[in-house]
Design a protein around this ligand. Sequence first.
Ligand code: ATP
Length: 714
Amino acid sequence: MDMVTISSDHNNNNNNNVVYENYGFYDENPATKTGHHNESKSNCSSKQIAVKIRNVFLNYGNHQVLKGINMNVPVKQIYGLLGPSGCGKTSLLRCVVGIRKPDSGQITVYGQQPGTPESGIPGPGLGYTPQEVALFSDFTIAETFEYFGKLFHMNKKNISKRTEQLIELLNLPEKDRYINNLSGGQKRRVSLAVALIHSPPLLILDEPTVGVDPVLRKNIWDYLRMLTEKMNLTIIITTQYIEEARSADLVSFMRNGQLMAEKNPTILMEQLQLSTLESVFLHLCQSDSIDKQQNVFDMTIVVSDDSLPVIESTINPFKQPTFAFIDRIRALNWKNITGIRRNLSMLIIQFLMPSFQCLLNFTCLGPDPYDIPVAILNMDSPPILSGLFINNLNNITFRLIEFDDYDEAIKHVQNGFVWALLSFQSNYTRIMQLIANDDYDNVMNDGNENLRLPQINLHLDTTNYVITNTIQKELWITFNQTMAMATELFADTNRVQQNPFNYDYVYGMKSPKMSEFMAPGLISMAIFFAAMALTAITLVLERKDGIFERTLVAGVKTFEFIISQISTQLLVLAVQVLLSIITMLYIIDIDNQGSVLIIYLITLIQGMCGMALGLVVSAFSKNESQALALAMASFLPVSIISGIFWPVEAMPKYMKPISYFGPQTYALEAMRSVMSRGWNLTYPLVIYGILTPSIWFIMLIISASIGFHLISFN
Ligand SMILES: Nc1ncnc2c1ncn2[C@@H]1O[C@H](COP(=O)(O)OP(=O)(O)OP(=O)(O)O)[C@@H](O)[C@H]1O
């Protein structure tokens, strides 16, 4: 570890320089890299400033938030940026920490512009605490330091040394205590310590005292004073509680996007002969309004204290480590995996959730109906053929209820107690026998007009599509079976065997099942939804807690964040898919003719699409309920148009191209073909089933990156 000096070009006075520990972020030999260091020569009576802001304007759409801000933050001092809620303090800080670019004006931090690689901002060039505590509640103090230390490219030895130092300096509890179990004040101090882990020269605190009791507020200010004295830090702190800023070295008041004064608070109160900073603020607001009305600008009050010439303090340029992004992705992955490990029960639920969903789906969706109540009225005498027919009826599919009386039987259908009434006429067997023996025409010619062609009367309740189809399919099967068996009874079976088709099953089973059709859709739906919901919610929570913002200010780029999310989630997804496929093929025992590997690949890509959609959802949602609503709104249409529940062939013509454009349709058809037809990668449909969702995955990731970029830098 080296000591690095921030130069204010006082060749004659090294004691005034800011010294801090260099963990390898700053160039040791600045002369070879930059000319900043000797940019100005001055004497001791100059004001050294760390942050220089000149004429900064910022708009959110038509709303002008910053209206020509000028600010000088002196080195090694506490600068209190005061103002009511909504006046633009956070917006100004976001420009200083480099996650928002002002529309015009100039900001420099130790002579470097935030956002440039030399500034190390966002990154190790400063320490930042957002308004929220912004810590992972299920991490220990040590793990929290380790994560941020890794993000700042610090090695393990330096992280643990620094952890000990900060625990002592800020009076923190033992390092293996969980953040969850700390008091509000301890959490605030850990949050402060996190911002100091890499020993930055500048600390920016956005309302660290909001919602904090007066005693803790005073403690925080005491700590800040100690930090400027012991660690030579320059501190910018914003607060709505104006009075607490008496402890600052310098304060400025922000109102309607403008700064109204920049002075030492005691001097300001003395000058205006007021006893509180709040009355100073009120006085300034009133003077400002009067000045505006009279078109007079009271220079003594509203401009900076620039009685001393301003010398910009500079710093050795930030040294970007080679492959810094790999370090950051590693740190993010470490954080994700630590979070997962910490919550092992949640991990097991995550692993099992899609399999359980599949199990439920396969159990409840797709199997053929069974135990369908059907009324039987058999008036056939002797009941040979009708009895054979009734015996052949599938006793799993049907629950037969026999009746002697037609009126009573039909009432059962009308009252919804049975789905159908099957009735045989009195001479059913006899006439069939006559037909088989070629005697039917003779009997008819003999004037037996009462004889009708033999029919089984079917009175159906067709209000349930699936049950109606099942009854009709089963009756047709039973009829063919019965006629085939009638060989034993009748001499000439060709006359009575009425099935006109000769079946040859090219693919599939003799009696196809709805569950075989539904299986690919049900498994991809379970995987797709699980991946989407988990990604969307996790990231929304990180954003809500301020952790995402803190991560960005630590120098993480949105693409690094997305890559780390994908890589960690992919591990979880790989196991989820494996367990779901085992459930489908080996527990539910869905028939599969093709390669399990291809099925695995197609399902995995479906999960990746879900994950990418989850990223998009989280990028555009402000909270969990919005994320959930957006997730449902995007997931349901995607699933419904994909032919999970009903064949695409049945859709209106205009819907078909839309359906095939979606991420699931080709994948499902490919999976069906692999499972039922045994197709492999030589079939174009299987390739489409892999390619289409892969293209969707890439498109969704690009959209998520754009979304995250917009929310992060706007
Ligand atoms: N991303 C944004 N898009 C549009 N308007 C925004 C955005 N961020 C902030 N604003 C608006 O800009 C104004 C200044 O907000 P800002 O958060 O900077 O104020 P603040 O002084 O920090 O307030 P507080 O003390 O409550 O945090 C507010 O009116 C706010 O609604």
